[in-house]
Ligand binder design. Structure first.
Ligand code: RAT
Ligand code: ZN
Length: 438
């Protein structure tokens, strides 16, 4: 029987039996499959000043600012006293002119320039500025999405950020490409400050987290869910996050976030392992990484089968454990190679590990882009690595005598780039949720 299948497959021209052709096919499919970028800090153009694009924004990206401080003789307070253009010029001179731009974030800027037809060898920042100043913002967004092969992006939306809330309050029509994610950081990581802000917004919450506070915080979230129509709720958590302790954060997760997620059919995304403010003088560039406890995520998944969890960990040391946990819980979807992990060598390692343990049942990458044009480099670089890791595994399949078709590769890549996320955001049917909870 098995032999018959092999013979049948051998004779079928749809099967990619030759390694080089297989590799080409994987690269082509990975390049051409549009992606849903499930976590970014981008904003739709109607968010006006929050929609960041252009060379000055690219150069003042905090990944580059951190690198600039390693070379330039400038103190943080001096740097922050400069205008954005002056900061950008300093980063340009330091990382691109006086030194060779070898880091992932600096090669990224050059990938962007190259893709937009600007000579990456130029040292003339003014010439680059003129190019970006000449772009019409809305058309520019369309062009960047096209070049990056991105179909949709998910923003990061904070219901306690006054800059954002004033725009949401205008009740803009939904944008078909920019979707919301309800970010819970302020509520879950600094309840005392959040309680003040939520009560100023007219909800009866107190720092002690009384029963009324819990109800009112849920009412506050319901209101923002109605306004933003988020695809999921999300939080970034420190490396010492544990779901075993009886603290304010865990009460809020248990009594506010999880019931809200279940009621609205929203997944809860956990991004774990950031050590905020390791060097506060560097501001956004001053955060670090720490190894976290994956057991807490397992507890969440086990206790809440009616909720879907998206999870990413910042420490390289947590990646294998995350894969193993995902094998135990079908309501857990690992996603992305987050922040300090978004380097080709580590993306390659993590993607291989995930394919070997999870097949195609994970979300390989998100961009975390803060500046529109970063979509180009982050996806171009990731696609290359994802294609290599996939091709290697299809080759192993060939080695076992099992052939694949282009159609199968297309199906797999569509799952990785969009389908797995779409499945996550599809509410569990009531019956499944009830069965899971029972
Ligand atoms: O990658 C980043 O830009 C970080 O600063 C964070 O924004 C992180 O991705 C987060 O969402 O907290
Ligand atoms: Zn982020």
């Amino acid at each position: 029987m098995i032999n018959n299948i092999a013979v049948k497959r051998n004779g079928n021209p749809a099967y990619l039996t030759e390694r080089a052709a297989l590799r080409r096919c994987v690269e082509e499919v990975v390049d051409q499959t549009p992606v849903i970028d499930i976590h970014t800090h981008l904003y739709a153009p109607e968010f006006e000043g929050l929609n960041l694009y252009g060379i000055d924004e690219l150069l003042t990206y905090h990944y580059l600012v951190a690198e600039m401080f390693r070379y330039a003789d400038v103190r943080p307070e001096q740097f922050w006293s400069l205008t954005k253009k002056e900061r950008a010029a300093l980063v340009w001179r330091t990382l691109f002119v006086e030194n060779t731009p070898l880091s992932e974030a600096s090669i990224g800027v050059l990938t962007v320039l190259n893709a937009l037809g600007i000579d990456p060898n130029t040292t003339d920042l003014e010439e680059i500025r003129r190019f970006f100043e000449a772009q019409e913002p809305v058309a520019h967004v369309g062009r960047i999405f096209e070049i990056a092969g991105v179909g949709d992006v998910v923003m990061t939306n904070d219901p306690l950020d006054p800059q954002e809330t004033k725009i949401w309050d205008r009740q803009l029509p939904p944008n078909s490409r920019f979707h919301a994610a309800l970010r819970m950081d302020r509520i879950l990581n600094d309840w005392a400050a959040a309680a003040r802000a939520i009560s100023e917004a007219g909800f009866a919450v107190d720092p002690e987290l009384s029963a009324e506070s819990i109800c009112e915080t849920r009412r506050f979230l319901d209101r923002w869910i109605a306004k933003m129509k988020p695809l999921y709720m999300a939080v970034s958590l420190p490396d010492d996050f544990g779901y075993f302790a009886d603290d304010a954060r865990n009460r809020l997760i248990r009594e506010v976030v999880l019931p809200t997620a279940a009621e609205h059919g929203l997944p809860f995304a956990l991004m774990v392992g950031v050590r905020r403010g390791v060097n506060p003088a560097l501001r956004a560039a001053g955060d670090g990484v720490g190894r976290a406890d994956v057991k807490s995520l397992e507890k969440l998944c086990a206790e809440n089968p009616g909720v879907r969890f998206l999870a990413t960990f910042l420490a390289r040391e947590n990646q294998h454990e995350l894969c193993v946990s995902a094998r135990k819980f079908s309501n857990l979807m690992p996603f992305g190679c987050w922040w300090f992990l978004n380097n080709p060598s580590i993306v390659g390692e993590i993607t291989r590990e995930r394919i070997e343990l999870l097949g195609t049942s994970f979300i390989p990458q998100h961009s975390d882009a803060r500046v529109l044009e970063q979509l180009i480099y982050k996806w171009r670089h990731s696609r290359r690595i994802i294609a290599e890791a996939l091709a290697e595994n299809y080759e192993k399949l060939l080695g076992s005598g099992r052939f694949v078709t282009k159609k199968e590769i297309e199906r797999d890549v569509a799952q990785l780039f969009a389908g797995n996320f779409q499945k996550c955001i599809k509410p569990l049917t009531n019956e499944i949720a009830a069965e899971n909870n029972g």
